[in-house]
Design a protein around this ligand. Structure first.
Ligand SMILES: [Fe+2]
Length: 258
């Protein structure tokens, strides 16, 4: 039996599972962690908790092999939510190198799983009729604007999904949940999360450049949220602690995926 009508988080969970669980299992583990993290922010979000949890389930579906289009996963996922299934592409699209890199380790044998065709089309019209704020939150989560700029997609992102139409506190909550959840779905400090993302991409890759630009603002926002809401469970080591020392000063790409 499917989710009850109106149960947006469960409907979003089902859609995300259909797009990620088989094709990109680590992305799916991360997604489950982000959704859990949002529930922990319920004291802050109040009646908006379901809305942000819905966006959390869907925030990374743009990595799903069948949905990759521009390469900016936030935009690709948001477009899918707004316009519906891109049905012909789902079985035929070749995963580009960039999309492959973004998932499960991508530097070892786990890359193979990401190169498989999407295991299943989204069933029925699962992608349709989410609250109008959801595609916007997905489009702009976790400082997507920086990566959009680096990819020359900023106008497209802003035109299709206006940032001004989104409540900043909801976007902040989703972003903090994403930045404090590891690729395996565990809670981590945001500086560790940013470091492991950077370590997976060449220095001059658009993602690396975007992360470097977003970092000061991102760490500031996480620290602010946990300072202002001390009842929330802070990530281990605290949001502003330095990352742990690793060999060569970088995280091993094999240990993590964005
Ligand atoms: Fe994420």
């Amino acid at each position: 039996m499917g989710p009850a009508p109106g149960d947006e988080p469960r409907r979003a969970e089902e859609l995300a599972r259909s797009l990620l669980a088989e094709a990109l299992p680590r992305r799916w583990a991360h997604t489950q962690g982000v959704a859990r993290r949002v529930r922990e922010l319920a004291p802050l979000l109040g009646s908006d908790t379901d809305l942000v949890e819905t966006a959390a389930w869907l925030h990374d579906i743009g990595y799903s092999p069948g949905l990759v289009d521009t390469g900016l996963h936030s935009l690709d996922g948001a477009r899918f939510l707004r316009y519906g299934a891109i049905s012909e592409r789902l079985d035929t699209r070749t995963v580009n190198e960039d999309a492959t890199r973004k998932d499960s380790g991508c530097h070892g044998t786990s890359c193979a799983e990401a190169s498989q065709p999407a295991p299943g089309r989204p069933r029925g019209n699962l992608s349709s009729a989410f609250p109008i704020a959801v595609p916007g939150l997905v489009a702009h989560h976790t400082y997507a604007r920086f990566e959009a700029e680096e990819r020359g997609l900023q106008n497209l992102l802003d035109t299709e999904f206006s940032l001004t139409a989104i409540k900043p506190e909801l976007l902040a909550a989703l972003t903090v949940a994403d930045l404090t959840t590891s690729p395996n779905g565990l809670t981590v400090a945001p500086n560790m999360r940013l470091a492991e993302i950077s370590a997976r991409y060449p220095f001059d890759h658009p993602v690396s450049r975007a992360i470097r630009r977003a970092k000061p603002e991102a760490l500031d926002m996480c620290a602010h949220l946990y300072r202002e809401h001390r009842s929330l469970r802070a990530p281990p080591h605290g949001p502003s602690d330095p990352p742990p020392k690793t060999t060569g000063g970088r995280f091993s790409p094999r240990t993590s995926a964005r």
